[in-house]
Ligand binder design. Structure first.
Ligand SMILES: Cc1cc2nc3c(=O)[nH]c(=O)nc-3n(C[C@H](O)[C@H](O)[C@H](O)COP(=O)(O)O)c2cc1C
Length: 368
């Protein structure tokens, strides 16, 4: 598929996940293959313009991290426009506008989901950004504020007129938070509302089959994966292959999971410095562990890592502990295998299945 002037290697996208979709994670995912386009964590436009250190770290990129889009949030048209220009100067391939974030610090200044209630104002802000840069500007949103304000189809039309190159739609309302089922009919309505720009579906895609189902049911041009990439960093490669051939590649084995987790950890240390990187990785490691089988011991050990050596030591301790759940060849006994992942919208899944299967980390992101 195409996005602006770019021809993408696949129609699979990485959703922004604040606190996670940093350079180390993106490089790790890209190396595994199948990922067509990635987006940074959301970045406050004003902080970026003020050259705030945290904001600059969020937009840090490097060789092997293309194509990349920076997700901006803010409501002041001048700031959003200038921040978009700055991102273009940094050399990224696209700008994404956060319109789906109902976190108070965003909505109280009129950004995030509040934007969806003010179509004209939003279209003007977007137009200003589109006119100021050569790279494509995209928008990410939910279906609407709540059931009564299902505004995404109207917003998509307004945004298309304002010049956005694509829209990402998380198939839930802001009021839904992360509960209930992703609404495929709602995504389909957004796809139909767009005249010619691609609409990318998002929400609870945890398996190649779920991606196929979302595309088939909604007509979306591509799929964006957030939390599914935590569990299965191979999801892009496996899904790309599945969409192309209809053959479902197997899930990676335990040794491959460890290999990739080590790479990811090493990049955290390189990027943030060893002590800080190791501390930050404490919240990443448990995501890998969700596909390890029994992992209580692993999660406990990871809580205190503060260096490369401590990480390796914790891992060695965990591997010794894990042997009790394995056969003589060191393979996990079938009864300890983790349950298969399911998407909330796949036939047979109950409405509440996906949020339980894909927990949202604690904090304000619970309602994104
Ligand atoms: C920890 C976390 C952080 C998130 N950060 C952002 C963000 O910075 N910007 C954004 O637009 N959405 C954010 N989201 C929402 C995701 O991009 C995505 O729309 C949502 O998780 C549904 O997709 P998924 O089921 O594939 O995760 C975040 C979600 C989570 C769980």
């Amino acid at each position: 598929m195409r996005l602006g002037d770019h021809t993408l290697s696949s129609n699979l996208f990485l959703s922004p996940l604040a606190g996670y979709t940093n350079l180390p994670m993106r490089l790790t995912l890209r190396e595994l293959g199948g990922l067509g386009w990635a987006t940074t964590d959301l970045v406050n436009a004003r902080s970026l313009l003020e050259r705030n250190r945290t904001a600059l770290k969020l937009v840090e990129t490097g060789p092997g991290d293309q194509p990349l889009s920076v997700q901006l949030f803010g409501s002041e048209p001048g700031e959003m426009r200038e921040a978009a220009v700055l991102c273009q100067e940094l050399g990224v391939q696209g700008i994404d506008i956060n319109m789906g974030c109902p976190v108070r610090k965003v909505t109280r200044i009129g950004g995030g989901s509040a934007m969806m209630t003010e179509l004209d104002k939003t279209a003007r802000l977007v137009r200003g950004m589109v006119d100021a840069v050569r790279i494509p500007v995209t928008a990410k949103m939910r279906l609407g504020w709540d059931e009564e304000n299902f505004t995404a189809p109207d917003l998509v039309r307004a945004l298309e007129d304002a010049g956005v190159a694509a829209v990402f739609i998380h198939g839930r309302t802001r009021a839904q938070g992360f509960s209930g089922t992703v609404n495929l009919a709602g995504i389909r309505a957004v796809v139909r509302a767009a005249r010619s720009i691609p609409v990318i579906g998002n929400g609870d895609v945890t398996t190649p089959g779920a991606a196929r189902h979302m595309i088939d049911e909604t007509g979306c041009a591509g799929v964006s994966v957030g939390r599914g990439a935590f569990y299965d960093p191979w999801i892009f490669r496996r899904t790309a292959r599945y969409l192309e051939t209809g053959v479902l590649p197997p899930e990676p084995d335990f040794a491959e999971r460890l290999r990739v987790m080590r790479l990811h950890f090493g990049r955290y240390c390189d990027f943030y410095g060893e002590a800080h990187g190791a501390r930050l990785f404490r919240k990443v490691a448990p995501w890998y562990a969700r596909r390890f089988g029994p992992a209580k011991d692993f999660n406990q050990r990871m809580l205190t890592i503060g260096s490369r050596a401590a990480f390796e030591e914790a891992l060695a301790g965990y591997l010794a502990w894990r042997r009790q759940f394995c056969d003589d060849a060191g393979e996990l006994l079938p009864r300890y295998e983790p349950a298969p992942l399911a998407a909330s919208f796949l036939p047979g899944a109950t409405g509440g299945a996906a949020p339980a299967a894909i927990p949202v980390p604690k904090g304000p992101v619970e309602v994104w």
